[in-house]
Write a protein that binds this ligand. Structure first.
Ligand SMILES: Cc1ncc(COP(=O)(O)O)c(C=O)c1O
Length: 397
């Protein structure tokens, strides 16, 4: 089928909620993808920070083949070994004692909010249910997670929203301190705001939040849906801050592209999810758990976070050098291979121009270009991406 017909049918048959680029991707290998006209692209978006081991990684593809030929789905009415092994591996390599599996980042956050409310109600008081989130945050598109999301554009038109959420500026400990009261069950933040512009907080922010939470008996939920599984140069972004959350949510990179979400929690908190209180039909099927197990094992064995830290440093240094010569770049920020380049102009047309030049990149807000390549990229891939960026951004601001 020719590309023009495919794009026509896409326009005719899909709900119109996505502004997709006018290409149809058909194949991927490592850090490259190809479209239906045979054009090759360097993929520095990785399916929005998902395919961290690159496209069609042999260990992931092997696990997919084997799991599909063994046992796809049986429901959570029964135990399955891959889900048990995955939970054990996550617990052994994080702060957490227990894991709940679901299918997406939004669902993981929903589970976190439900758990926080239930725990706070049972432990403290029946009117202790509020969750404080940050402005500019992104936590998902379901009603509760879009309510937690601190950006009006995602909520507009969907009111009435879910009661019990409020927002304070990100990276502002005093505002958080003022907002916490006897109704506060939890606060939820991203260790680095991804969609909101790749905003890296000050070093004392997460430790400060931890302290505020401990003093007030409030749960600290870290949304690591985008930052988790090595993206920032540590397995979990909270490791940079030297503090641990009570609850953490994951999705995106956990199964390298096969849909999965996970909520991890400390023992005392997790205990509130008694039998029957929460569930997901597809959560942690033997299929997805096998793929996540292969992904996480590869990330750990091949020291992917260290690699992301090293290549990320290289890419950020080179971008800063480019900034010195290019007035269109206002700031380069980020950690590991989650990098934001703040521009003096809208980022959308820059993304388009990069794509036309064979480089896929993302935006993060109106004027920030986001680079989130597979964590297996090397310096040569970065040089190629930088050459495109230099050509596209080279002109006057
Ligand atoms: C920090 C964060 N939380 C939650 C989500 C929502 O994840 P999903 O699209 O899998 O529901 C995203 C998606 O971009 C995210 O970046």
């Amino acid at each position: 089928m020719d590309t023009r017909t495919l794009l026509e049918w896409s326009a005719r048959y899909h709900t119109p909620n996505y502004s997709r680029a006018p290409i149809c991707l058909v194949r991927g290998d490592g850090v490259r993808v190809w479209d239906s006209d045979g054009r090759e692209y360097l993929d520095f978006g990785a399916g929005i920070a998902v395919t961290s081991l690159g496209h069609c990684h042999p260990r992931v593809t092997g696990a997919i083949r084997e799991a599909a030929a063994t046992l796809l789905h049986v429901s959570n009415l029964y135990h399955t070994a891959p889900q048990i092994h995955l939970a054990k591996l996550l617990v052994e390599h994080s702060f957490a004692d227990r894991v709940f599996f679901c299918n997406s980042g939004a669902e993981a956050n929903e589970a976190a909010f439900k758990l926080a409310r239930k725990y706070a109600r049972e432990r403290f008081a029946s009117d202790r249910y509020e969750i404080i989130a940050a402005r500019n945050s992104f936590h998902g598109r379901t009603l509760a997670t879009v309510t937690a999301t601190g950006q009006e554009k995602y909520r507009h038109g969907f009111e009435p929203l879910v009661p019990g959420f409020k927002h304070v500026p990100y990276n502002d400990l005093r505002a958080m301190e003022r907002a916490i009261d006897s109704r506060t069950a939890a606060i939820v933040v991203e260790p680095i705001q991804g969609e909101g512009g790749v905003n890296v907080p000050d070093d004392d922010y997460l430790p400060g939040l931890r302290k505020l939470c401990d003093e007030a008996g409030v749960l600290l939920i870290l949304d690591e849906v985008q930052t988790g599984v090595g993206r920032t140069g540590r397995l979990w972004a909270y490791e940079h801050a030297g503090v641990e959350p009570d609850i953490m949510t994951l999705a995106k990179a956990l199964a390298n592209g096969v849909p999965i979400g996970a909520m991890l929690a400390r023992e005392e908190v997790a205990r509130a999810l008694t039998p029957g209180t929460h569930a997901s039909t597809f959560g942690g099927t033997p299929f997805v758990a096998s793929v996540a197990l292969a992904t996480l094992t590869t990330v750990l064995e091949e020291r992917i976070p260290e690699r992301a830290a090293r290549v990320g440093r290289y890419l950020m240094e080179r971008l800063r050098a480019l900034q010195a010569a290019c007035p269109a770049i206002v700031e380069v920020r980020g950690r590991g291979l989650l990098i934001g380049t703040a521009l003096a102009r809208p980022a959308g047309p820059v993304v388009e121009a990069c794509r036309e030049a064979g480089l896929l990149v993302l935006t993060a807000g109106e004027q920030v270009l986001r680079l989130a390549p597979p964590l297996i990229v090397d310096e040569r891939d970065c040089d190629r991406a930088l050459a495109v960026l230099e050509r596209v951004l080279g002109g006057p601001a």
